[in-house]
Design a protein around this ligand. Sequence first.
Ligand code: HSE
Length: 304
Amino acid sequence: MHMKVQVTVPATTANLGPGFDCLGLALGLTNTVTFTAVDATTATTSITITGEGANHLPRDGSNLVLRAAEVVFDGVGERPSTLHIHQHNNIPVGSGLGSSAAAVLGGMLAANGLLGSPLSQEDVLHLAIDMEGHPDNVAPALYGGLVLSVRSHDNWHIEAIAIPPLQVVYVLPDFDFPTAAARAALPTHVPLADAVFNAGRVGLLVRALTAGDFAALATAMQDRLHQPYRIPLVPGLAQALQAAQAAGAASAAISGAGPSVVAFAATGHEKIVTAVTAVFAEAGLHSRAWILPVAQHGAEVCFV
Ligand code: HSE
Protein backbone atom coordinates (compact mmCIF):
# COMPACT_ATOMS: atom_id res chain seq x y z
CA MET A 1 0.00 0.00 0.00
CA HIS A 2 1.23 3.54 -0.83
CA MET A 3 1.34 6.07 2.02
CA LYS A 4 0.54 9.29 0.18
CA VAL A 5 -1.28 9.98 -3.10
CA GLN A 6 -2.19 13.29 -4.67
CA VAL A 7 -4.82 13.53 -7.42
CA THR A 8 -5.54 16.58 -9.55
CA VAL A 9 -8.87 16.72 -11.40
CA PRO A 10 -9.97 19.41 -13.89
CA ALA A 11 -13.26 21.26 -14.01
CA THR A 12 -15.66 20.27 -16.77
CA THR A 13 -18.50 21.92 -18.63
CA ALA A 14 -21.09 19.23 -19.36
CA ASN A 15 -24.22 19.21 -21.54
CA LEU A 16 -22.02 20.99 -24.06
CA GLY A 17 -24.52 22.84 -26.29
CA PRO A 18 -26.81 20.14 -27.71
CA GLY A 19 -24.85 17.33 -26.01
CA PHE A 20 -27.18 16.80 -23.05
CA ASP A 21 -25.87 14.00 -20.82
CA CYS A 22 -23.23 12.97 -23.40
CA LEU A 23 -20.76 15.72 -24.35
CA GLY A 24 -18.38 17.52 -22.00
CA LEU A 25 -15.22 19.60 -22.10
CA ALA A 26 -12.40 19.71 -19.51
CA LEU A 27 -11.25 23.18 -18.47
CA GLY A 28 -8.08 24.56 -16.90
CA LEU A 29 -9.22 24.88 -13.29
CA THR A 30 -8.41 22.03 -10.90
CA ASN A 31 -9.19 20.49 -7.54
CA THR A 32 -6.51 18.56 -5.67
CA VAL A 33 -7.18 15.68 -3.31
CA THR A 34 -4.40 14.28 -1.10
CA PHE A 35 -4.80 10.98 0.76
CA THR A 36 -2.32 10.10 3.48
CA ALA A 37 -2.47 6.64 5.05
CA VAL A 38 -1.05 6.35 8.53
CA ASP A 39 -0.38 3.04 10.26
CA ALA A 40 -2.35 3.15 13.49
CA THR A 41 -4.29 0.75 15.62
CA THR A 42 -7.44 2.87 15.78
CA ALA A 43 -9.36 3.27 12.52
CA THR A 44 -10.11 6.96 11.97
CA THR A 45 -10.53 9.33 9.07
CA SER A 46 -9.94 13.07 9.17
CA ILE A 47 -10.73 15.63 6.47
CA THR A 48 -9.41 19.14 5.90
CA ILE A 49 -10.61 21.44 3.11
CA THR A 50 -9.21 24.67 1.71
CA GLY A 51 -10.39 26.90 -1.15
CA GLU A 52 -13.87 26.77 -2.68
CA GLY A 53 -16.50 25.32 -0.35
CA ALA A 54 -14.12 25.27 2.64
CA ASN A 55 -16.68 26.95 4.88
CA HIS A 56 -19.61 24.64 4.12
CA LEU A 57 -18.49 21.27 2.72
CA PRO A 58 -18.89 18.45 5.28
CA ARG A 59 -15.91 16.86 7.03
CA ASP A 60 -17.85 13.77 8.17
CA GLY A 61 -19.01 10.56 6.52
CA SER A 62 -21.23 12.52 4.12
CA ASN A 63 -18.19 14.13 2.45
CA LEU A 64 -18.35 13.22 -1.27
CA VAL A 65 -14.61 12.55 -1.67
CA LEU A 66 -14.76 10.13 1.27
CA ARG A 67 -17.97 8.46 0.03
CA ALA A 68 -16.36 7.93 -3.39
CA ALA A 69 -13.23 6.50 -1.77
CA GLU A 70 -15.40 4.11 0.28
CA VAL A 71 -16.86 2.72 -2.97
CA VAL A 72 -13.33 1.75 -4.04
CA PHE A 73 -12.28 0.45 -0.58
CA ASP A 74 -15.47 -1.66 -0.40
CA GLY A 75 -15.09 -2.92 -3.99
CA VAL A 76 -11.46 -3.93 -3.52
CA GLY A 77 -12.00 -5.19 0.04
CA GLU A 78 -9.04 -3.33 1.51
CA ARG A 79 -8.62 0.02 3.26
CA PRO A 80 -6.01 1.95 5.22
CA SER A 81 -6.60 1.83 8.98
CA THR A 82 -6.16 5.58 9.39
CA LEU A 83 -6.72 8.01 6.53
CA HIS A 84 -6.23 11.75 6.29
CA ILE A 85 -7.91 13.50 3.36
CA HIS A 86 -7.03 17.03 2.29
CA GLN A 87 -9.04 18.75 -0.43
CA HIS A 88 -7.89 21.95 -2.08
CA ASN A 89 -10.68 23.22 -4.31
CA ASN A 90 -10.42 25.77 -7.09
CA ILE A 91 -13.68 24.64 -8.73
CA PRO A 92 -16.69 26.50 -7.29
CA VAL A 93 -19.22 24.14 -5.69
CA GLY A 94 -22.61 23.49 -7.33
CA SER A 95 -21.59 25.65 -10.20
CA GLY A 96 -22.14 23.78 -13.46
CA LEU A 97 -18.39 23.18 -13.60
CA GLY A 98 -18.27 19.57 -12.44
CA SER A 99 -17.29 20.07 -8.79
CA SER A 100 -19.07 16.87 -7.73
CA ALA A 101 -17.49 14.87 -10.59
CA ALA A 102 -14.07 16.19 -9.49
CA ALA A 103 -14.79 15.12 -5.90
CA VAL A 104 -15.97 11.66 -6.96
CA LEU A 105 -13.03 11.05 -9.30
CA GLY A 106 -10.55 12.55 -6.84
CA GLY A 107 -11.75 10.24 -4.07
CA MET A 108 -11.86 7.14 -6.26
CA LEU A 109 -8.48 7.70 -7.93
CA ALA A 110 -6.77 8.53 -4.63
CA ALA A 111 -8.25 5.46 -2.93
CA ASN A 112 -7.24 3.27 -5.87
CA GLY A 113 -3.75 4.80 -5.84
CA LEU A 114 -3.28 4.12 -2.11
CA LEU A 115 -4.22 0.48 -2.67
CA GLY A 116 -1.61 0.09 -5.44
CA SER A 117 -4.03 0.67 -8.36
CA PRO A 118 -6.01 -2.62 -8.39
CA LEU A 119 -8.68 -0.92 -10.56
CA SER A 120 -8.10 0.15 -14.16
CA GLN A 121 -8.88 3.70 -15.34
CA GLU A 122 -11.96 2.25 -17.07
CA ASP A 123 -13.13 0.52 -13.86
CA VAL A 124 -12.86 3.86 -12.03
CA LEU A 125 -14.75 5.64 -14.82
CA HIS A 126 -17.64 3.18 -14.58
CA LEU A 127 -17.84 3.48 -10.79
CA ALA A 128 -17.74 7.29 -11.08
CA ILE A 129 -20.48 7.36 -13.74
CA ASP A 130 -22.67 5.14 -11.53
CA MET A 131 -22.15 7.45 -8.57
CA GLU A 132 -22.74 10.66 -10.57
CA GLY A 133 -25.67 9.26 -12.55
CA HIS A 134 -24.45 10.74 -15.83
CA PRO A 135 -21.13 10.58 -17.73
CA ASP A 136 -20.63 14.03 -19.24
CA ASN A 137 -18.56 15.50 -16.37
CA VAL A 138 -16.59 12.48 -15.15
CA ALA A 139 -15.46 11.28 -18.60
CA PRO A 140 -13.79 14.57 -19.67
CA ALA A 141 -12.51 15.08 -16.11
CA LEU A 142 -10.76 11.70 -16.38
CA TYR A 143 -9.47 11.92 -19.96
CA GLY A 144 -9.19 15.69 -20.61
CA GLY A 145 -10.33 17.71 -23.64
CA LEU A 146 -13.61 17.12 -25.44
CA VAL A 147 -15.20 13.75 -24.61
CA LEU A 148 -18.33 12.09 -25.98
CA SER A 149 -19.87 9.34 -23.82
CA VAL A 150 -22.39 6.94 -25.35
CA ARG A 151 -24.15 4.14 -23.48
CA SER A 152 -24.05 0.92 -25.49
CA HIS A 153 -25.83 -2.07 -23.94
CA ASP A 154 -24.06 -2.63 -20.60
CA ASN A 155 -20.99 -0.64 -21.52
CA TRP A 156 -19.82 2.89 -22.29
CA HIS A 157 -18.39 3.96 -25.61
CA ILE A 158 -16.07 6.86 -24.76
CA GLU A 159 -14.57 9.04 -27.51
CA ALA A 160 -11.89 11.59 -26.61
CA ILE A 161 -11.96 14.05 -29.52
CA ALA A 162 -8.86 16.16 -30.22
CA ILE A 163 -9.61 19.87 -30.60
CA PRO A 164 -7.34 22.88 -31.06
CA PRO A 165 -6.61 25.19 -28.06
CA LEU A 166 -9.56 27.35 -27.07
CA GLN A 167 -10.48 29.83 -24.33
CA VAL A 168 -13.97 29.91 -22.88
CA VAL A 169 -15.76 32.45 -20.76
CA TYR A 170 -17.48 31.04 -17.71
CA VAL A 171 -19.77 33.19 -15.51
CA LEU A 172 -21.30 31.92 -12.27
CA PRO A 173 -24.19 33.87 -10.72
CA ASP A 174 -24.68 33.59 -6.98
CA PHE A 175 -27.87 31.53 -7.22
CA ASP A 176 -28.54 28.16 -5.63
CA PHE A 177 -29.60 25.74 -8.38
CA PRO A 178 -28.74 22.14 -7.39
CA THR A 179 -28.39 19.55 -10.16
CA ALA A 180 -31.25 17.54 -8.60
CA ALA A 181 -33.60 20.55 -8.96
CA ALA A 182 -32.34 21.18 -12.49
CA ARG A 183 -33.00 17.55 -13.45
CA ALA A 184 -36.45 17.65 -11.88
CA ALA A 185 -37.32 20.50 -14.28
CA LEU A 186 -36.88 18.26 -17.33
CA PRO A 187 -39.68 16.41 -19.15
CA THR A 188 -39.60 12.63 -19.54
CA HIS A 189 -40.46 12.89 -23.27
CA VAL A 190 -39.51 15.42 -25.93
CA PRO A 191 -41.04 16.13 -29.37
CA LEU A 192 -39.42 14.31 -32.30
CA ALA A 193 -38.57 17.68 -33.89
CA ASP A 194 -36.54 18.64 -30.80
CA ALA A 195 -34.63 15.34 -30.89
CA VAL A 196 -33.83 15.95 -34.58
CA PHE A 197 -32.82 19.55 -33.79
CA ASN A 198 -30.25 18.31 -31.24
CA ALA A 199 -29.02 15.24 -33.13
CA GLY A 200 -27.83 17.30 -36.10
CA ARG A 201 -26.25 19.91 -33.87
CA VAL A 202 -24.17 17.39 -31.89
CA GLY A 203 -22.53 16.35 -35.17
CA LEU A 204 -22.12 19.97 -36.22
CA LEU A 205 -20.62 20.93 -32.84
CA VAL A 206 -18.01 18.18 -32.92
CA ARG A 207 -17.02 19.22 -36.45
CA ALA A 208 -16.96 22.93 -35.55
CA LEU A 209 -14.80 22.40 -32.45
CA THR A 210 -12.35 20.05 -34.19
CA ALA A 211 -12.01 22.51 -37.09
CA GLY A 212 -11.91 25.63 -34.86
CA ASP A 213 -14.89 26.92 -36.88
CA PHE A 214 -16.30 29.67 -34.65
CA ALA A 215 -18.84 30.77 -37.29
CA ALA A 216 -20.61 27.40 -37.05
CA LEU A 217 -20.80 27.51 -33.24
CA ALA A 218 -23.80 29.87 -33.10
CA THR A 219 -25.98 27.15 -34.61
CA ALA A 220 -24.00 24.17 -33.34
CA MET A 221 -24.33 25.11 -29.63
CA GLN A 222 -28.14 25.45 -29.69
CA ASP A 223 -30.19 23.01 -27.64
CA ARG A 224 -33.82 22.06 -27.12
CA LEU A 225 -33.44 19.13 -24.70
CA HIS A 226 -32.65 20.87 -21.41
CA GLN A 227 -32.01 24.60 -21.73
CA PRO A 228 -35.59 25.71 -22.53
CA TYR A 229 -36.75 24.10 -19.26
CA ARG A 230 -33.91 25.34 -17.04
CA ILE A 231 -33.29 28.88 -18.33
CA PRO A 232 -36.52 30.36 -16.89
CA LEU A 233 -35.61 29.09 -13.40
CA VAL A 234 -32.49 31.27 -13.04
CA PRO A 235 -33.00 35.05 -12.79
CA GLY A 236 -31.36 36.90 -15.68
CA LEU A 237 -30.07 33.74 -17.39
CA ALA A 238 -31.99 34.19 -20.66
CA GLN A 239 -30.78 37.79 -20.92
CA ALA A 240 -27.23 36.79 -19.92
CA LEU A 241 -27.03 34.30 -22.80
CA GLN A 242 -28.24 36.97 -25.24
CA ALA A 243 -25.82 39.54 -23.79
CA ALA A 244 -22.85 37.19 -24.29
CA GLN A 245 -23.65 36.89 -27.99
CA ALA A 246 -24.34 40.61 -28.34
CA ALA A 247 -20.90 41.25 -26.80
CA GLY A 248 -19.23 39.11 -29.46
CA ALA A 249 -19.43 35.49 -28.25
CA ALA A 250 -19.73 32.96 -31.07
CA SER A 251 -22.18 31.10 -28.84
CA ALA A 252 -23.34 30.92 -25.25
CA ALA A 253 -25.10 28.16 -23.33
CA ILE A 254 -25.85 26.89 -19.84
CA SER A 255 -22.76 25.21 -18.37
CA GLY A 256 -23.70 21.76 -17.11
CA ALA A 257 -27.03 21.94 -15.31
CA GLY A 258 -26.45 25.64 -14.56
CA PRO A 259 -26.88 28.18 -13.12
CA SER A 260 -23.71 29.29 -14.94
CA VAL A 261 -23.02 30.43 -18.49
CA VAL A 262 -20.33 29.16 -20.84
CA ALA A 263 -19.46 31.20 -23.93
CA PHE A 264 -17.07 30.54 -26.78
CA ALA A 265 -15.16 33.33 -28.49
CA ALA A 266 -11.96 33.67 -30.49
CA THR A 267 -11.24 37.10 -28.96
CA GLY A 268 -12.88 39.72 -26.73
CA HIS A 269 -13.39 37.46 -23.68
CA GLU A 270 -13.18 40.34 -21.16
CA LYS A 271 -15.92 42.23 -22.98
CA ILE A 272 -18.19 39.18 -22.75
CA VAL A 273 -17.48 38.86 -19.02
CA THR A 274 -18.42 42.52 -18.48
CA ALA A 275 -21.67 42.16 -20.44
CA VAL A 276 -22.81 38.94 -18.75
CA THR A 277 -21.96 40.02 -15.19
CA ALA A 278 -23.81 43.32 -15.80
CA VAL A 279 -26.97 41.44 -16.82
CA PHE A 280 -26.86 39.21 -13.75
CA ALA A 281 -26.32 42.33 -11.60
CA GLU A 282 -29.47 43.87 -13.12
CA ALA A 283 -31.29 40.68 -12.08
CA GLY A 284 -29.99 41.21 -8.53
CA LEU A 285 -27.28 38.52 -8.65
CA HIS A 286 -23.60 38.99 -7.92
CA SER A 287 -21.54 36.81 -10.24
CA ARG A 288 -17.96 35.60 -10.58
CA ALA A 289 -16.22 34.98 -13.89
CA TRP A 290 -13.28 32.99 -15.23
CA ILE A 291 -11.62 32.88 -18.65
CA LEU A 292 -10.40 29.32 -18.96
CA PRO A 293 -8.42 27.30 -21.48
CA VAL A 294 -9.47 23.79 -22.46
CA ALA A 295 -7.58 21.29 -20.28
CA GLN A 296 -5.92 18.91 -22.71
CA HIS A 297 -5.04 16.52 -19.86
CA GLY A 298 -7.47 14.88 -17.49
CA ALA A 299 -7.03 13.72 -13.90
CA GLU A 300 -3.47 13.02 -12.76
CA VAL A 301 -2.42 10.68 -9.99
CA CYS A 302 0.90 11.38 -8.32
CA PHE A 303 2.66 9.46 -5.52
CA VAL A 304 4.30 11.94 -3.14
N1 HSE B 1 -25.83 16.20 -17.68
C1 HSE B 1 -26.01 16.62 -16.33
C2 HSE B 1 -27.38 17.30 -16.15
C3 HSE B 1 -24.91 17.56 -15.95
O1 HSE B 1 -27.75 18.14 -16.94
O2 HSE B 1 -28.09 17.00 -15.21
C4 HSE B 1 -25.04 18.10 -14.55
O3 HSE B 1 -23.88 17.98 -13.86
